[in-house]
Design a protein around this ligand. Structure first.
Ligand code: 5GP
Ligand code: MN
Length: 323
């Protein structure tokens, strides 16, 4: 509670506040960032600067206020903010070139739910048992008696909905259902938000997903399922960066799968890896490559092309499978 009070005081006293998403933003970091921003506006009558790091994802273009968010490329790095808040940012390097601005701020706040978060802020509000960062933010809003309206309820609901994979992943606790019920009472409509998050995919995204599954490779008695997407594949499908979301989860849906992964060829001979599992701790595996995340959903970037990254990953996964 002490750090919540400190957060409240810092928001009250700040003249300028900046909030950061993580790179390659998802529904939780966006719902959390814009949700917190709207809560601050509603309760403290203050506007914040919201920064999307990396591309603005097409799949969340439906968020009304996404256009008000700035890109990391148009933030002046010299400005010193009174308060900088990172939401859903597991590690400081997930803020990429915004770390400088974050750490230069008079006070830095770190609100998150990743078990691998090391508490890099001056004030850390981290709950590794929470399904999502949006759940942490709703919890603190309740504890601090903040007013919530339909818009903020919808944004936080989107964070919870997407990080629980539609209330299906292991992080779907009784508290998640209680919070979702309260948020829907405050105006978040489950069907409307489900359709926006899950039934509004661009055609190219659905086709890329099908292609990736079709090309999947199965190893170790089908316990490991992986697929590789190259830059050329992305071009062929006319796919935006966020169109690969959900592919690793699709591979986990197979009954034999213990660990699934997507290896995505990225710039400069690097590979972005998305790991999912049913039992083994993939956050631990991701951490050995400098990444992180959650027990059953984690990621990392390996400074090698996909084929070489794959060999290294397979070694670590096999160790975890048979230890
Ligand atoms: P995704 O596979 O969807 O990109 O990420 C799965 C989970 O792992 C998310 O919670 C995400 O925040 C985390 N994650 C993904 N990539 C990285 C990374 O490079 N570093 C860290 N620390 N976490 C990551
Ligand atoms: Mn999250």
């Amino acid at each position: 509670m002490q750090n919540l009070k400190e957060l409240q005081e810092n928001i009250k006293n700040a003249n300028n506040i900046i909030i950061f998403s993580h790179v390659n933003p998802d529904g939780d970091t966006l719902g959390s960032m814009i949700g917190l921003s709207k809560l601050i506006e509603l309760n403290f009558n203050k506007k914040t600067t919201n920064v999307i790091i990396g591309r603005k994802p097409d799949t969340y273009a439906f968020l009304n206020s996404i256009d008000e968010c700035r890109s990391n490329n148009d933030i002046d790095k010299e400005t010193i903010y009174d308060l900088a808040i990172a939401v859903d940012v597991a590690a400081k390097d997930r803020m990429v070139d915004m770390q400088e601005v974050y750490f230069k701020a008079k006070k830095s706040i770190n609100i998150d739910h990743h078990i691998t978060n090391n508490g890099y802020g001056n004030i850390n509000i981290i709950d590794a048992n929470a399904s999502s960062c949006a759940e942490v933010i709703y919890g603190l809003a309740k504890a601090l008696n903040w007013e919530i309206n339909q818009e903020t309820a919808e944004l936080l609901y989107i964070g919870i909905l997407t990080d629980t994979g539609g209330f299906r992943f292991e992080n779907t606790s009784p508290k998640v259902f209680n919070y979702a019920a309260e948020l829907s009472e405050q105006g978040a409509n489950p069907t409307k938000l489900y359709r926006l998050c899950y039934e509004s995919k661009p055609k190219a995204m659905a086709l890329l997903n099908a292609y990736a599954i079709q090309n999947a490779v199965f190893k170790e008695n089908d316990k490991i399922a992986y697929t590789i997407i190259t830059k050329e594949d992305m071009k062929n499908f006319n796919a935006k960066g966020d169109y690969t979301e959900g592919i690793s989860e699709s591979l986990r849906q197979i009954n034999t799968t213990e660990v699934s992964m997507l290896l995505k060829e990225s710039e400069n001979q690097t590979t972005k890896v998305s790991l999912r599992s049913k039992n083994i701790d993939v956050a631990k595996i991701a951490e050995t490559f400098g990444g992180g995340g959650h027990h059953f959903a984690a990621g990392c970037t390996i400074q090698k092309p996909p084929k070489i990254a794959l060999e290294k990953l397979m070694e670590e996964i096999k160790k975890s499978l048979y230890e």
